[in-house]
Design a protein around this ligand. Sequence first.
Ligand code: RNT
Ligand code: ZN
Length: 421
Amino acid sequence: MKPEEIKKRFEESKQRYLEIGVDVQKALDTLQEIKISMHCWQGDDVIGFLNPDGELSGGIMSTGDYPGRARTPKELRRDLDKALSLIPGKHKINLHAMYVDTDEQIDFDEIEPRHFQKWIDWAKERELGLDFNPTFFNHKMFKDGYTLAHPDKTVRDFWIEHGKRSRKIAEYIGKELGQKSYNNFWVPDGMKDNPIDRLSPRKRLMESYDEIFSEKVNLDYTEDTLESKLFGIGAEAYTVGSHEFYMGYGISRNKTILMDAGHYHPTEMISNKISALSLFNESLMLHVSRPVRWDSDHVIIMDDELQEIMKEIVRNDLLDRTAIGLDFFDATINRIAAWVVGVRNAQKALLKALLDPVNMLKKAELDFDYTKRLVYTEEMKDMPYSDIWNYFCLINDVPVGLSWYEEVKEYEKNVLSHRSN
Ligand code: RNT
Ligand code: ZN
């Protein structure tokens, strides 16, 4: 489509939204400000650079052998640059401790801000934010299914030190980049079969966290978040850090709770949890993911739950209090396409939510006019949001429609296909 055509369609569609009381310009201005935290681990199948020959452990699994996996920080940054050039707006990259960029031989209990300086310089140059995660997997000290909840103090202490250091790094990143670096704690600890003692590991996990968080960090620069889970491969019967554990921990310790869309029972939706949590937590972080029958971390598509999540954030006025991160890893498709589809979908779902006549719908509901609520929400599904989206891409100088895919194919031909995995 030519730019004139895109603009013409935009003007026409804008008019249609106006007729039902929706201010399209306001929606676009809001969307422009929303940062998505794009997870770096889609680019290399969650392997990292600290222990690149190790096995992926901790109950997470990336399947597929599509060529072109990034094998070095340089390759990963190049791939991220490519993906970001096809996504409208300014965003954040979500790093894990295992993505260290250094020639020094270091372990998780030795990491320091300087080991991430190259990432920080790269982000600074591009005005990107960086979020962070301590890595509690892919390592020999992930022992007997445990990290912070291990019965052996030596194991716990190793990971406690790692957790403490990760907070210093996130604080440094936030200060350097002038935007807050969310630091997310997720541990895989659990048991394959039914435990006798469910309580003691949870008590140990709680005490390990208390120790990690006993050191002060500057909250202008970083914020700790805590991610729960229902089960993982090898921890099918029991996960120490369950939802209730983290709800209790987060609320009693004033820590931010992170909800991953794949970490609940199959019919349990995080969209229905956001409003309740928002009453008790100052802020909230999400890992927007797509479970297919289990926590499979598929690329997010424009399904009902993605739209419902974004609607909840928009309708409840939670944009300023919700950090939106993505979490999926598919190694059966082009990894850059996976990022682009995922981030663009997150943005499109947000745009759709922003283009709803929310005030009118809220009023209809308060008036018990559920007929009107149903009629309008169904009609909204036929509204031409894609004309607004295309215009948003145009003014952000990124490819409109399918043309981004051509660029990814070019990149695959020229760059990715020359990598041996
Ligand atoms: C695992 C969690 C966690 C990880 C990343 C790599 O089940 O979802 O968020 O995916 O930390
Ligand atoms: Zn997650």
